[in-house]
Design a protein around this ligand. Sequence first.
Ligand SMILES: [Zn+2]
Ligand SMILES: [Zn+2]
Length: 357
Amino acid sequence: MVRVLTRTPYWCRSVNPTTFLIIHDDKFAEHPFIYVKVCINEKSAPLIVFDTGCGPGAALSEDLFYKDLKDFLLHFPVAANGDCPLAIYPIVSNGGVQCRERPIIIINTHCHFDHIGGNESFSLLSSSIFASGYDEDFLRDDSTGHPDQKTPRQENSLCDTVGMRLPRYKITSFLKDRQHLLGSLESLHTPGHTPDSLSIYDHQQGVLYVGDLFYRRKCALPDHRIIFQPIMFPASGSWIDYMRSLQKLKAFIGQVEYTLFSHGKRNIMISASHTTAEVPAMELLESVIRFFDDIITGKLEPRETFLKQGEYYSLWKYDEEDPEFSVVAPSRLLSEVWEAKNSTAIDLTPTGNLRLV
Ligand SMILES: [Zn+2]
Ligand SMILES: [Zn+2]
């Protein structure tokens, strides 16, 4: 059941036995989906938080409580968690009950402002912050010695595009591809939306978290507002990497489901960082691959093209009443795929393995 919280900018509900979905109702209308995994039966187990939303400065009103995600996790009683805040667990000792804080671990699916907004508070708490190790330079935040020169993290976070200060935070661990971590999790490098796009598979619950890689165009918020969100690509996106990542996830899901089936278990699900939580993984992924194949083969042409920050962007969606996806990307990303396909030096196979030969 969805619990509508009128006094905080966060809605929270349980999505599986160990995971909660928190939706940030933010002033940028990004409505990022934040997932929080808590092992209820393991008292001192850490709270694992996938992304931190748009940050405390993005609240729609000053009157709200717990604008900082850290405060929400530490202080807001969640009904589906026995009316305990998600980061707190009770300890019964000598006839009394004491509340203890769980250690919090942040995993960033990538560095965009709507995913790292709350990182600073967790960094101050000395929480671990994990990010993709695919391209560490993309996330560098050390000064170059030129005060007016932006660091890569400043540039790539897109904070400037919405007038937000880049949160100060230290990445404590860069995750490798196919790295197993924190008991049941496995990281997968899935560049394309950005070079640092990271997917995480939860082996315990059979859920694949894909960040901003893809999600459905439409969703209803807990307050019944309907929102529409295109799959967005920034200037740092790459459709060559993207198509490879989609094929990589398809192969991964196929492998995992094959093993699950042989043990008589269920299909796996996908949860994204916008609009889409816990939907059958293979069905959604095959549908998004078909959509991008139609764009790349020219079957689906852009509906509009417009100039944004000095670059031409296009919008694609099927000419239907309620299409499942829409995408907005620099038009250049499509040309790059075409050039790669025409190049004899590069083999863009249907399995998505882009190999330099
Ligand atoms: Zn993003
Ligand atoms: Zn996002």
